[in-house]
Write a protein that binds this ligand. Structure first.
Ligand code: COA
Length: 290
């Protein structure tokens, strides 16, 4: 029996990453060490580890987008230490950190295992998030003339579209995902202007390639972006997390051979706002990022 006194909460650091990533992998999570390191780069004072006799046995990460919004992710406790209040202490550390920084709203994507904990702390459900996996490639005919442009000159256009859709400025995060992209990110632009109509990023995961975020002004553009990314990932295992506003929302995924794998709940704490719930966001940047 592990006594509560043996368990400490402290800042997560780079040397904890291999261990934390291993706990996440054992849980079947898709995040890689590179994802953990990115969170530490963005938020060195906002990621926490639970340790037992010095060994990491749990973690939680936060990322702030100014004062308006923060995201909590990677909430994880090693199985043999669960049900002893470790998760609650990690969440308290994350929330205290964010509230000290006067964050107005905190959001997260809850697994069924985390729901009780988040409900008990005052989070409320806002939107369903569905994990979809490509199970049989019904590959669309990709229009080779579709506007797939080199992303680097278009970063300002991506930032502008993302800020409008997400409802908070996560440009630094978008840049980090673009820097770590596995294939050329796809951007659709209004013809002859540097205004982005949609964009999508694919990165490596521990289990499957991850398509997200996909953000677009119209569904037809989102579908074009998705098809362009899928066209570059033939034969690979692929996941995405859909913002499931309504049942019809997933039709284009089903038509492409995706199957529903699990459901999460996007939850909110503090001042209620619409950040990260817009219909212009088709797929999330990741449960740990929003
Ligand atoms: C979710 C998780 C982090 C909770 O950690 P934990 O250390 O077990 O949580 P705690 O012991 O602090 O429990 C917190 C609250 O949740 C409740 N709870 C914990 N596990 C539960 C379970 N399996 N079923 C129902 N309630 C549960 C506890 O009763 C407690 O409520 P209380 O304070 O009113 O008694 C842990 O189960 C885990 O790592 N799960 C797998 C990964 C995951 O899904 N993470 C969540 C991502 S959003």
């Amino acid at each position: 029996m592990v006594k509560r006194a043996d368990i400490e909460i402290r800042l997560l650091c780079r040397k904890d990453v291999p261990h934390s990533a291993a706990i996440a992998r054992a849980e079947g999570w898709n995040q890689t060490e590179s994802d953990w390191l990115a969170l530490l780069r963005h938020s060195p004072e906002g990621c926490f580890a639970a340790t037992s006799n010095g060994m990491p046995i749990g973690a939680v990460t936060t990322i702030r987008h100014g004062r308006k919004l923060a995201w909590i992710g990677m909430m994880l406790v090693q199985p043999e230490f669960r049900g002893r209040g470790v998760g609650k202490r990690l969440m308290r550390a994350a929330l205290d950190h964010l509230l000290q920084a006067q964050t107005e709203t905190v959001k997260l994507d809850a697994t069924p295992a985390g729901l009780n904990l988040y409900n008990s702390l005052g989070f409320t459900a806002q939107l369903a998030i569905q994990r979809w996996e490509l199970v049989s490639e019904i590959l669309p005919q990709v229009d080779e003339n579709s506007a797939r442009q080199s992303v680097d000159q278009l970063r300002p256009a991506i930032h502008a579209l993302d800020r409008m859709a997400f409802g908070a400025n996560r440009s630094a995060l978008a840049d980090d995902l673009l820097d770590r992209r596995f294939i050329e990110a796809t951007v659709a632009t209004l013809s002859h202007t540097p205004v982005a109509r949609g964009y999508g990023i694919a990165r490596r995961g521990a289990v499957a390639f991850y398509l997200g975020p996909i953000v677009a002004r119209e569904e037809s553009v989102a579908v074009g972006v998705l098809d362009s990314l899928l066209g570059q990932l033939r034969g690979r295992r692929v996941f995405l997390d859909l913002l499931a506003h309504d049942e019809d929302r997933a039709n284009f995924l089903v038509a492409r051979g995706f199957a529903l794998q699990r459901s999460l709940s996007r939850m909110s704490y503090g001042k209620l706002n619409s950040a990260a719930t817009s219909r212009l966001i088709f797929s999330s940047a990741g449960p740990e990022l929003g």
